[in-house]
Every structure is written in C-alpha cells, then in structure tokens.
Design a protein around this ligand. Structure first.
Ligand SMILES: *Cc1c(COP(=O)(O)O)cnc(C)c1O
Length: 381
C-alpha cells in the first residue's frame, strides 16, 4: 500500500468546482495582480488569525523580508555578504532548526542571524537561550512555530519587552495554531504566513502574508511590497515586487473555508498515531503542550536508527520526511558566522533523530495503520 506524505490531488478533486469558479471570476475581471480578490482574502485571514491587518505578498519568504525591511532591520548596516562574518551588523535571534527562508530573509535584509538552540520536547526556540543571546546589537527576535505548534510566546514576549525588541512570528507552518486561546499571528509585532502548496493552507503556487496589529507597520509593508511606491511613480523607499497574485487569493479563499475541518483531521491522525506508537520504546511521539492547539503541519517523531527506519518504510511504500537534516548554523553559506558542530547540541540531535510521518487530512485509516504497523515491525525485527 502506498502512503504519500501529502495528497494534494485528492484534496483538489474535492474543491475543484469552487476553485475553478473563483479563479474564473478573477480571470474575467483581469485584475490579476494584488487585485480585489487579494483584499477579500486579506480580510478573511485577518479575521481567522485575529490580526488587525493582513497584507498579501508573493511568498512566506518575502513576507519575512518585507517585515524586516518595514521594521528597518539591517537597513543602516553594510549588508552581510555570502560567507562573510557580518561583523557589526544588526542581529536577529532565531532558531537554526527551521526552513532556510527564516534565516535567509534575515541575511538578505542585511542583518545577522544569531542562532540559538531549541527545546528538545517541542523543537521550538528555547526562551532561556534567547534571553542569553541578547546583545546591544540585537534588533529583533524571530521565533518559528515549528511543525504547527506555537513557541513559548509569554517568555519570549517578556524578554522582548524588557529589551524593547520587536517579535516577528514565523507562522509559515502554524496557520490556526493557538497558545492559551490566542492565534498564531496575533501575538508578535508582526507575523508571517506561507501559502506554499504543501503548507496546511496552500495556494496553487507561491503566496504569503504579513499580519500585524500595528497600522503604521501595515502601511509600510503595503508600500514596500509594491516597490516602495506610496503614490503612482512616487517612491519614498526602495521596496520590491512582493505582490500576491489575485488567482492565488481567490483559490485560497475557497480553501480557507475547509481549513478547520482539515486541521481537525490532522489532529485526529496525530492522536491515532500517538495511541498506536505509545508502546514503542524506540519512538518518541510529539509533545503537544497543554495550552496549545497544535495544527500538525508535520507529525514528527524522534526515532532510534532513523535512517534505517526511513529506508524500511520506503520499501513498504511509505513516504516520510526529514525536516531538517542540517542546522542552518552549519550551512556553507553561513560559514563566515563561525558556528561549529557542537554549538547547538539539541538542534544537531534533532537533525539526526526526527522523522515526519504522513499526517495530511486525506490520509485513510488503513494507510495510518500501515504506517504504525510498519514502524512496530521494524523495531520488532
Ligand atoms: C515554508 C516556510 C517558509 C517560507 O515560505 P515560502 O512561502 O516557501 O517562501 C518560511 N519559514 C518556514 C518555517 C517555512 O516552513
């Protein structure tokens, strides 16, 4: 039995007519870049995430870049060059155990990513490590709600407040996640969403969003996403082309209506895995903190002999993923920052041990059984 990591074809088949109708509407109107469909979708996401302002942009990565630019982070300092040491640059504290776009955006803004270690239970930023990494050059804290579970936002918020620093939530994997009833995207100075097709709310291509409660920051992001143009052909700042396509917004509005049902299905799959894998000593199932709503963008176990297990599952038709195999602090492009193996022990251990299992909403019970039984069979050999 084949078990894919995602099943977007099945998902699309269920909403095909609605998506095609919405996309056709946009095409009939021909306002295809940053048009009315984008305004509608922004209002819907602002409400869904409990944020005052939402700005559609071209990707999650661009959402991060625009936010950093709008906050002026990295702007006054010489931009970091590839492989360079970033000496004297403004610093942004962030995890090394995340998708590349998080730190890549910090770098592209001209600031220096300062990598701190993670909490081994949740894989999220360790708030004590963040507090310890603050210097007089720190300009922001950029936590990532990894796999769909929110970070310790209270502790991070206290540190940020004490040092008067903005918090930028990388919520690319966490749309709809909650911390004590508060939605991802509503707690930081700003938050960034990704609608890359494989995300829980995925577009038909690339798209992203900036969320914020701050009207001035929202206005700056809106201008920066369109070449810093405040009025037509009048440029007070240098921005970029970070606009969202209207057909993406139209398709996303259709999909947003399904998101809670999909999240419930992911959570039910996670609960079923937790139950079935409970007796397997070689496997540690994910921890959902009591005050969180984990949306299981990924269901990630720690597994003994991870690579062997993965090969065994592949032989049985089961896809799995390793997010992420190499910490960003050890990537060649950041060599100039001077990190060495051993600097972030929990990040490096996670890179060796994590394995993401299929948890998508379209996963059928017999597929889930096949995954769980195969893991048991591997360790029983
Ligand atoms: C997907 C992702 C991004 C980047 O989003 P894109 O839309 O692919 O540019 C950034 N951060 C994290 C944590 C992500 O998972």
């Amino acid at each position: 039995m084949d078990v894919p990591l995602l099943d977007l074809t099945t998902q699309y088949a269920a909403i095909r007519d609605e998506v095609l109708a919405a996309v056709t509407d946009v095409l009939e109107g021909q306002l295809v870049c940053n048009g009315p469909a984008v305004r509608t979708f922004e209002a819907q996401v602002a409400q869904y995430c409990n944020a005052a302002h939402a700005l559609g942009v071209s990707s999650g990565t661009d959402a991060l870049l625009v936010t950093l630019m709008a906050l002026g982070i990295g702007a006054d300092k010489p931009a970091c060059r590839t492989g360079g040491a970033c000496d004297g640059a403004e610093e942004v504290i962030t995890p090394a155990f995340t998708f590349f776009g998080t730190a890549g955006s910090i770098w592209r803004a001209g600031a220096k990513p300062v990598f701190v270690d993670i909490d081994p239970e949740t894989f999220n930023l360790d708030p004590r490590a963040v507090a310890a990494a603050i210097t007089d050059r720190t300009r922001a804290i950029l936590p990532v709600h990894l796999y769909g579970q929110m970070c310790e936002m209270d502790a991070l918020g206290e540190t940020a407040q004490r040092h008067e620093l903005p918090v930028i939530e990388d919520a690319a994997q966490a749309v709809g996640a909650e911390h004590a009833g508060r939605r991802a995207g509503s707690l930081g100075t700003a938050a960034c969403l990704s609608f890359y097709p494989t995300k829980n709310l995925g577009a038909m291509g690339d798209a992203g969003m900036v969320l914020t409660q701050d009207a001035d920051l929202a206005e700056r992001c809106a201008v920066l996403r369109n070449h810093g143009q405040s009025r037509q052909y009048i440029h007070d700042w240098v921005g970029g082309n970070f606009r969202m396509d209207s057909i993406q917004a139209a398709a996303l509005s259709v999909k947003l209506r399904q998101l809670d049902a999909w999240t419930d299905a992911r959570r039910a799959n996670a609960a079923a895995y937790n139950e079935r894998l409970a007796g397997v000593d070689e496997v540690t199932v994910p921890v959902e903190r009591a005050d969180r709503r984990h949306i299981y963008h990924q269901y990630v176990i720690r597994a003994a002999r991870r690579d062997e297990l993965r090969a065994f599952l592949t032989d049985r038709g089961i896809a799995s993923g390793v997010y992420y195999p190499l910490g960003l602090h050890l990537q060649a492009c950041f060599a100039g920052l001077g990190y060495r193996e051993g600097d972030l022990p929990e990040t490096e251990r996670a890179c060796r041990e994590v394995l993401a299992l299929p948890v998508h909403p379209e996963l059928r019970p017999e597929q889930l059984d096949h995954v769980a039984e195969s893991i048991k069979a591997f360790y029983a050999r």
